[in-house]
Design a protein. Structure first.
Length: 595
């Protein structure tokens, strides 16, 4: 071997050791960098001159084969998938905590307690129906119940607003990360094509891996590596999000079956609605809270609305046929309607228009019967002309029916509200209403309103609205054995009928139970959803930590290992330097021989 060969091999040894020390230095500097993967250097012998397939020299030192990093691709994919599940469960958990607090029954002031307080007051009125204090208590407890229903309804609706706003924010974050990924992707592809800066490209690859995991926390994705070192990103359902010259932009679009911009669309195109295709990530969790837990036919808003609506209708149906101590001189409906639209079209099945068939086969129409007279001891009831209700009855038609009943009672319309006056009858009350139309219109009802948010006590019973709680209807008009109409203010049959609702079982939300049981089921459902979500979140975080620890053992930087390698390559560098010195001495010896 020539002395020049020794110098060349030593030089290459110095370069290789310097390259290794650079990698070791880079690893040590990034020991605390999140997502950094330990880089490694591979060395290989530099072969001698090879001619016709045969090596003609003994070799020419060492060369750096490649600089790589320690990455377990399967482990990285599992980490990304796990981060998607955590993102979904964590998003649900944030809002489920608020929802659960809305149904809090621990402090003794929940809706269940309001139900019980209402029926307890009704029970007291049953015992002493003519006592003004008992009537005031029923009105007060009714108002407390209505206020609680209002507050819970508004809270549920208010929760839905920030959920929807956060969905918009998450979409913006997804778009930002996709653009960042495209920029990094482009740099990696360029550096790989030019074969420059291998370690810099590795750092970019680590940044891309970190961004992919962050993106997976927001929306489910899978990345497909390309031969040019770039990646293509699609959702688990196959929707393309990122390719070499394309980056998707997610946005809000109109769902095909709704008016609100609730759908998640790609590039603003309604034809590419991916809402139902999203499977994990924070976006999926928020969509589940908005469209399944809160919204939808089986969502909490719908179930709460159904429960409170059924309670209001049942109470009003009973109460509307009860009578106050002085009967009525005027009743004003609490609901406004279009006077020319059939009432059945407005209120649906809450108004009965089918014929009544008695056990003996007799058929009778649905009708309203009033009791009326100059005083409570001289009462008659409408009967000379039936106030019948059909599917075509409008508010104007109902008014004509009442005015033509021959009782002297008059009816009119005021801004879409039905107003009934005693007129020539002096005083009147509802004797029966087999159609339910007066209850639907809010005539003589305990509660007004059309939903949970606006449920309220009839203003005719509230002092602050100019009403009188003493007018609470506690009795009912009855007929004696001779068929004469009788009214006794001390009669408690109205309150007895109202009190019976506490134990009455109704079909609602797929089961037959009392109001208290239905609400308890709803509360239990909320708690169950939250508990299952928290358990799943705890389990997933534990599993994710296990995977993260495994990744650290594979890709993390060990200072002990780096220091060991540093000593090894330091000695190699020193040995190569010594070989250069030896070659230099040989040159000097040869030169001195020629003198």
């Amino acid at each position: 071997m020539a002395i020049s060969d020794v110098l060349n091999s030593s030089k290459l040894g110095l370069f290789a050791s310097q390259g290794a020390m650079k990698v070791i230095s880079h690893n040590i500097a990034n020991v605390n960098t999140k997502g950094y993967s330990r880089q490694t250097i591979s060395l290989e012998a530099n072969p001698g001159i090879v001619m016709s397939g045969l090596q003609t020299s003994s070799g020419d030192g060492v060369q750096i084969a490649r600089v790589g990093h320690q990455v377990d691709d399967l482990l990285e994919r599992r980490l990304r998938m796990g981060s998607g599940d955590i993102g979904r469960l964590a998003a649900r958990d944030r809002f489920m905590t608020v929802i659960e607090n809305n149904f809090n029954e621990i402090d003794g002031d929940g809706l269940s307690d309001r139900f019980n307080a209402f029926f307890d007051a009704v029970d007291d009125a049953v015992s002493n129906p003519s006592n003004p204090a008992a009537r005031i208590q029923v009105v007060s407890r009714s108002q407390g119940l209505a206020n609680t229903v209002n507050q819970m309804s508004r809270t549920l609706e208010d929760i839905a607003v920030p959920v929807d706003q956060e969905i918009t924010g998450v979409i913006g974050d997804i778009n930002t990360k996709l653009r960042s990924l495209q920029e990094i992707n482009t740099l990696i592809v360029r550096q790989s094509a030019g074969n420059r800066g291998g370690d810099a490209a590795l750092d970019l690859a680590d940044q891309r891996t970190g961004l992919l995991q962050e993106l997976n926390e927001l929306i489910d994705i899978q990345s497909i590596e390309q031969p040019d070192a770039g990646v293509t990103i699609v959702t688990l359902a196959g929707q393309l999000l990122l390719d070499h010259d394309y980056v998707a932009q997610l946005g809000r679009g109109r769902a095909s079956s709704g008016e609100m911009p609730s759908a998640i669309v790609v590039d603003g195109n309604i034809d590419v609605d991916i809402t139902t295709q999203i499977r994990s990530g924070a976006l999926k969790g928020l969509l589940e809270v908005r469209d399944e837990i809160l919204g939808g036919d089986r969502g909490l808003i719908s179930q709460f609305e159904q429960l409170t609506s059924e309670f209001r209708q049942q109470v009003n149906a009973v109460y509307a046929q009860s009578v106050g101590h002085s009967m009525n001189q005027r009743l004003t409906a609490t609901t406004q309607v279009n006077p020319d639209v059939p009432l059945r079209d407005i209120f649906g099945a809450s108004i009965r228009t089918d014929e009544i068939v008695s056990p003996d086969g007799a058929v009778a129409p649905r009708e309203i019967v009033f009791a009326y007279g100059s005083d409570v001891n001289n009462l008659n009831r409408t009967g000379s002309r039936t106030i019948s209700i059909t599917g075509e009855t409008t508010l104007r038609g109902l008014i004509d029916e009442i005015n033509g009943s021959g009782s002297g009672i008059t009816a009119r319309e005021n801004n879409g509200q039905l107003v009934i006056d005693a007129g020539e009858a002096d005083r009147f009350a509802v004797f029966s209403d087999t159609s339910g139309v007066l209850t639907a219109l809010g005539v003589g009802t305990l509660f007004s309103g059309s939903n949970a948010a606006n449920m309220a006590v009839n203003p005719e019973l509230l002092v602050e609205k100019g009403g009188d709680p003493g007018r609470l209807a506690t009795a009912r008009i009855r007929t004696d054995s001779s068929g004469n109409v009788r009214f006794d203010d001390s009669n408690n049959s109205g309150m007895v009928a109202l009190a019976a609702l506490r134990s009455q079982r109704i079909n609602l939300l797929g089961e037959r139970a009392t109001f208290a049981s239905h609400y308890a089921t709803l509360v239990s459902q909320v708690g169950s959803i939250q508990q299952r979500n928290q358990d799943a979140l705890t389990t997933q975080r534990t599993a994710q930590q296990f995977l993260s620890d495994n990744r650290e053992s594979v890709s993390g930087v060990s200072l002990d290992e780096e220091l060991t390698d540093m000593v090894k390559f330091q000695r190699a560098f020193q040995a190569s330097s010594r070989m250069v010195s030896v070659a230099d001495e040989l040159f000097k010896s040869i030169l001195s021989m020629g003198v």
